[in-house]
Design a binder for this molecule. Structure first.
Ligand code: SF4
Ligand code: FES
Length: 235
């Protein structure tokens, strides 16, 4: 075996020095479910969807560096059941009413629910009171759908150079905040062309006046699984 290989579910996967397990896996078209990871941004390691077993120990594939000889379990019944439970928790922690959401069919949370065989929420819904901010002329912020992945925070800070979004609170009270004196999106310098306006994996940040531009039934995950879509994106 070459020094620069890892083994995922019995498959030998090469890696480059400095790559994470997720990066090596995706380059080899091995899908590891993920939500807070986006290859355009530094890893965050918060959602734990990408948890794999590395030499018998749990690790987040998006932050764990690949190292020679690692024996990794990824696509197993047990790990996928844990992932399904995490997705179910995300569904009940927020207010995700897919039939009424413009992101339906393009939403990574919904697509992961389908991929992981989620048939119901399993847990009791929290029905938290969360704000909807429609103050911006071009972008709607609906915190009911937020999964706290912080991609908008990273995009605004690292790509747009604006720091429009932040995260505050602890535990179940954690939530996204808008950095303006009023706390309203309309009082920031967010532009509809900003990375932060298009990076949200769910329907929490969506552009106004684009509803049904792509009809239901013809959206990203309507005919392909998230595994197929995200694996093809790395080809
Ligand atoms: S608004 Fe969207 S991008 Fe921002 S933290 Fe919530 S889910 Fe993630
Ligand atoms: S994708 Fe790795 S922790 Fe979220």
């Amino acid at each position: 075996m070459s020094d620069n290989t890892i083994n995922i579910d019995g498959q030998t996967v090469p890696f480059l020095p400095g790559q994470t397990i997720m990066e090596a896996a995706m380059a080899a078209e091995v899908y590891i479910p993920h939500l807070c990871h986006n290859p355009e941004f530094t890893p965050h390691g918060s959602c734990k969807l990408c948890t794999v077993s590395v030499n018998g120990r749990s690790a987040a594939a998006c932050t764990m560096p690949a190292a020679a000889g690692q024996q990794i379990l990824n696509n197993t019944e047990e790990l996928n059941a844990n992932r399904r439970a995490l997705v179910q928790m995300l569904f009940v922690e927020g207010n995700h009413f897919c039939p009424f959401c413009e992101k339906s069919g393009n939403c990574q949370l919904q697509a992961l629910g389908y991929y992981l065989g989620m048939m119901d929420p399993h847990y009791n819904h929290f029905y938290p009171a969360r704000a909807v901010d429609g103050s911006h002329p071009d972008v709607l912020l609906d915190l009911n759908r937020c999964i706290m992945c912080e991609l908008c925070v990273r995009a605004s800070r690292d790509v747009d150079g604006k720091n429009v979004f932040g995260l505050t609170g602890r535990g179940i009270h954690t939530h996204i905040t808008v950095n303006s004196p009023s706390g309203r999106l309309g009082d920031t310098n967010l532009a509809v062309s900003d990375k932060a306006a298009e990076v949200c994996p769910v329907g929490a940040i969506i552009k106004k006046r684009h509803g049904f531009a792509v009809p239901i039934g013809e959206r990203l995950y309507d005919h392909k699984t998230i595994r197929e879509v995200q694996t093809e994106a790395h080809k």
